[in-house]
Design a protein around this ligand. Structure first.
Ligand code: APR
Ligand code: PHB
Length: 393
């Protein structure tokens, strides 16, 4: 079996890369460890930057996003009980964000792939990669009880943070890592969103976030210790804490309803450099992780595969490897800026268990500055909607 690009992982990175390559007539095989339902049902974040939405639209997979997704021209920062309006579109020359669950993005890309009839295999096991320094690297895996060997021109490691591709890069990589002394307890609730815009909240008791999934579903989070056991939190206790942190002095609060899903996620920042070795290229969470406070994870995955898809397409068009050679350094420029922003949002909006009174006062001054300065709000808005990126493909 041979293909031009062997893609490992069918999350947003792998499926979007397969989609972009197909548009350029480049063949790929997508291999996913989990089953299809698991991948679709996984609850993840749900904010698309303007360029991610534009890319989906331009490449013909944005139809449901525009029908069911929610365009947001604003967010709120809530500090000390007061909501501060951040007019994203006004501050960024008309850019917005789109609230659309990552699993909806995955569903759209999965359907686009299935419509092409090209290979997308779920429940592959024992996957290993070989010969990445040769001209014909290969992937060995089990599928439907049979052993397979797939030779490729290139391998795309889109297998997420817990995948196997990153370790195949060898010893010459450097990793940069930071863990945070808290995690997020997140819920999906059957309740109409009580605000049109997301509300990022700094509260004395800790961070909280109001978001949504649809006109009937509210998505909420609050900061907890990183090893918090979700079993310690009854639905009543979750609502009590949520309302304490999110209710503002003007009486705004989220609508309460049955909790459909609840979990705790740890937070970390992580970068692998370089994101490439020989003919193996990493994209998305396989190469980097951001804490969710900046809503950048899915968008960074999309930016990576746009660059990688473009580089692979240029190679097949004229045999030149310049874009492949610079893929890692090109991608990392955006990755580090998103790391910086995600770290900054996280530091600014959370309570740190080891903070001293100076740290706390400085943080309050930071929040006071941001909410009172058009320049600071513009910087926040520019990063939040996504730094400029050429989406031509
Ligand atoms: N073989 C095949 N598939 C694998 C393997 C393996 N050995 N290991 C992992 N995978 C699959 C996972 O099951 C998963 O479906 O790779 C996929 C990786 O998908 P994601 O984790 O969604 O990562 P990515 O596509 O890079 O998307 C980044 O995901 O974690 C969020 O916030 C993050 O939104 C961001 C997005
Ligand atoms: C979400 O809706 O899940 C969400 C929104 C904004 C974030 C993180 C998660 O920063």
């Amino acid at each position: 079996m041979h293909t031009q690009v062997g893609i490992i992982g069918a999350g947003p990175a792998g499926l979007l890369l397969a989609h972009l390559l197909h548009q350029k007539g480049i063949d790929s095989v997508v291999l996913e460890r989990r089953d299809q339902e698991y991948v679709i049902d996984r609850v993840r974040a749900g904010v698309l930057e303007q360029f991610t939405a534009d890319l989906m639209t331009q490449t013909g997979v944005g139809e449901r996003l525009h029908r069911e997704g929610m365009r947001h021209d604003d967010v709120y920062l809530s500090v000390g009980g007061k909501r501060h309006h951040v007019p994203l579109a006004e501050l960024t020359g008309g850019k917005s964000i789109y609230v659309y669950g990552q699993n909806e993005v995955v569903k759209d890309l999965m359907n686009a792939r299935i419509a092409t009839g090209r290979p997308l295999h779920y429940e592959v096991s024992d996957l290993s990669i070989h010969g990445i320094d040769s001209a014909k690297p290969s992937i060995r895996f089990q599928h439907n009880g049979q052993q397979h060997e797939l030779t490729c021109d290139f391998i795309a490691g889109c297998d997420g943070f817990h995948g196997i591709c990153r370790s195949a890069l060898g010893d010459h990589v450097t990793t940069y890592d930071r863990t945070y002394p808290f995690g997020w307890l997140g819920i999906l609730a059957e309740a109409a969103p009580s605000s049109d815009a997301l509300v990022y909240t700094y509260h004395q008791r800790g961070f909280a976030l109001f978001s949504m999934r649809s006109p009937k579903i509210t998505r909420l989070y609050f900061q907890v210790p990183p090893d918090e056991d979700i079993a310690n939190w009854s639905d009543e206790a979750i609502w009590e804490e949520m309302l304490k942190r999110l209710t503002t002095d003007d009486g705004w609060k989220p609508n309460v309803g049955p909790i459909l899903n609840k979990n705790v996620t740890a937070m970390r920042s992580f970068v692998t450099e370089p994101m490439q070795a020989g003919r193996l290229f990493l994209a998305g969470d396989a190469a980097h992780i951001v804490p969710p406070t900046g809503a950048k994870g899915l968008n960074l995955a999309a930016a990576d595969v746009l660059l990688l898809g473009r580089a692979i397409a240029a190679y097949y068009a004229d045999g030149k490897t310049a874009l492949l050679d610079s893929y890692s350094s090109d991608a990392l420029q955006r990755v580090w800026k998103a790391q910086r922003f995600s770290w900054w949002m996280t530091h600014t909006l959370h309570r740190f268990p080891d903070e001293n009174p100076f740290d706390h006062k400085r943080q309050l001054a930071d929040l006071d500055y941001i909410t009172g300065s058009k320049a600071a709000l513009t910087s926040l808005a520019e990063n939040y909607v996504g730094l400029p990126l050429d989406t031509s493909f």
